[in-house]
Design a protein around this ligand. Structure first.
Ligand SMILES: Cc1cc2nc3c(=O)[nH]c(=O)nc-3n(C[C@H](O)[C@H](O)[C@H](O)COP(=O)(O)O)c2cc1C
Length: 193
């Protein structure tokens, strides 16, 4: 385990993993603030900063949301591949889409304008790398994305309807660090010099 706050950017990039097993320790408000401050350092066109965040730090509420998400998961052909991957997990009544993490940060974009989602993804990656530096684990939960975009969900959370969900990310103290996942070598289409 590295000394907290001491990772270089390149070390954080290589040490980040999608963590799916968390200790019961709650993530402190101060730590969440640091993650959000790192997120908003992301670049954006004309510095328009199109991101906004919903933070949910209540395991009971997250367990309720997980049950609703599992029940409401769309079965359109568009999601067939995705669904196949998760069908087995979905079948387990105890499967929690948030892996029982105590903190969820949902990155939203200010609206559906071109380019905003990409910029918000930069913010999401910043957040995950900063978490790594703070000894926290994260996992993007694409599975929960459609649900956080539903008008009913936004109304319940008090999020204005024009905000568009980009990525829900669970945050917590890792119970176990997963092994590094494999990567293909960079596909270099052209390298002229
Ligand atoms: C947009 C996006 C959505 C994802 N959704 C989920 C998800 O719903 N559940 C999950 O367990 N992991 C999810 N992941 C994590 C990926 O499975 C993970 O990033 C990938 O397997 C590579 O592993 P690594 O993050 O440990 O490098 C998602 C990742 C991304 C980028």
């Amino acid at each position: 385990m590295h000394e907290i706050g001491k990772l270089s950017v390149i070390e954080a990039i290589h040490q980040r993993r999608s963590v799916r097993d968390f200790t019961p320790k709650e993530v402190e408000r101060e730590a969440v603030r640091k993650l959000l401050e790192a997120a908003v350092r992301a670049p954006s066109a004309s510095n328009r900063q199109p991101w906004a965040f919903a933070v949910i730090q209540d395991r009971g509420v997250l367990a309720e949301y997980s049950a609703e998400i599992k029940a409401s998961f769309p079965r359109s052909s568009e999601n067939e591949r995705f669904e196949l991957q998760y069908r087995e997990m979905l079948g387990f009544p105890n499967f929690n889409v948030f892996y029982n993490a105590g903190t969820l940060v949902v990155v939203y974009a200010h609206g559906p304008a071109p380019g905003l989602l990409e910029e918000c993804c930069f913010a999401a990656e910043n957040l995950m790398l900063a978490a790594c530096d703070l000894g926290l684990g994260t996992c993007p939960i694409g599975f929960a994305r459609p649900w956080f975009d539903l008008p009913a969900t936004k109304a319940q959370l008090g999020i204005p309807s024009q905000y568009e969900v980009v990525l829900p990310i669970v945050v917590g103290y890792p119970a176990a660090l997963p092994p590094e996942t494999e990567r293909r070598d960079p596909e270099i289409l052209v390298w002229k010099r």
